[in-house]
Design a protein around this ligand. Structure first.
Ligand SMILES: [Zn+2]
Length: 146
């Protein structure tokens, strides 16, 4: 009944699992290889709600798995880590039907491009407003310049 207690227990469990994983990494001595096969449990309750029928594969099988993909912009082979997937779906509440399509540098580039496009768009809107203002002001014989 006590959800705070439950939550603490879960966090403790997660910490234990993490430590356990770290131990295994040290034992194997092959961090990258181990990381590539690292599986992470899916917390269904933490996923963003979705109205579609059926569920993606990772929900069905119940764990995240490192997923290789090819960046759609530069064509470099990338790995979408299980940890990144968990973060995307459960922390960021990303749509469960979305997957990573760009490498990190390309993602940043795309973000910058979108930001720039938005700024240009907004600047255009402001310019329009200014033009209106100037038109209005003109009627009382006054114009503003910036
Ligand atoms: Zn790329």
């Amino acid at each position: 009944m006590n959800s705070g207690k439950k939550r603490r227990a879960r966090l403790k469990q997660e910490r234990l699992e993490k430590r356990e994983n770290a131990k295994r990494v040290r034992v194997s001595g092959q961090l990258s290889k181990y990381e590539l096969s690292q599986k992470l449990k899916v917390d269904r309750d933490a996923l963003a709600p979705n109205r579609s029928y059926g569920v993606p594969k990772f929900v069905e099988r119940g764990y995240y798995e490192d997923m290789p993909f090819i960046c759609k912009d530069c064509g470099v082979i990338q790995v979408w880590r299980s940890t990144q997937q968990k973060w995307w779906y459960e922390v960021m509440k990303g749509d469960i039907w979305t997957i990573s399509v760009r490498c990190r540098p390309c993602r940043k580039q795309e973000r910058d491009r979108k930001t720039a496009a938005r700024q240009i768009h907004l600047a255009g809107l402001n310019a329009k407003d200014d033009a209106k203002e100037v038109g209005q002001n003109r009627t009382d014989g006054e114009t503003t310049t910036r």
